[in-house]
Design a protein around this ligand. Sequence first.
Ligand code: GRF
Length: 218
Amino acid sequence: MSKASLVVLISGGGSNLQAIIDAIKNRQLDAEIKAVISNTASAKGLQRAEKANINTCIIDHTRFDSRELFDREMIKLIDPLKPDLLVLAGFMRILSKAFIAHYQHRLINIHPSLLPKYKGLNTHQQAIDDNETKHGASVHYVSEELDSGPVIIQAEVPVLKSDTVETLAERVLQEEHKIYPLAIGLHCDKRLTFKNNQLQLDNKILKQPLLWKKNKLV
Ligand code: GRF
């Protein structure tokens, strides 16, 4: 069987991209990154990709008159690469309905909260303000509504009394790096499928996301 191909979209530091690169290198993940695409030239993740000899491409959204035109250009860039999975790894653009529909069931995202809690930005601050005792991250297939769509796996971490946004974000990020390659692997191994628009794992409806806690699946 040929390796699953990925295209990764980034806007920033790319630590999740790095976790995917490392998982491939360590043979934890049997996949190949065809390209890393950024909407900004300043994304540090581009350097990570170059260091790993992965093709990079910058497509500056400010050059386009509308979200739809930008997304159409991205599709033109991505489709010839025939990715099995499109991976959003800190890609800070809202995607158009047409883009999401085009990649239905092969577009995933990682979001720093235990969805459906705290969609959008500033998730760590909100968790602290709400005196949450646990927080985390979710990997989900992307559907039209922001930070929605079937969740594959969540990582849970405790919120400590002493936490600042920075310490909490760092604790969550460390877990993101573990669950993103895991979820990508399940997709690449074709263990995740959709039946009547319902997410299945190994041909069984996934009633609840997988849960990663204290460094293992529980
Ligand atoms: C992560 O917190 C991720 O959950 C969110 O954006 C951040 C990306 O970080 N979607 P990095 O660029 O992978 O370091």
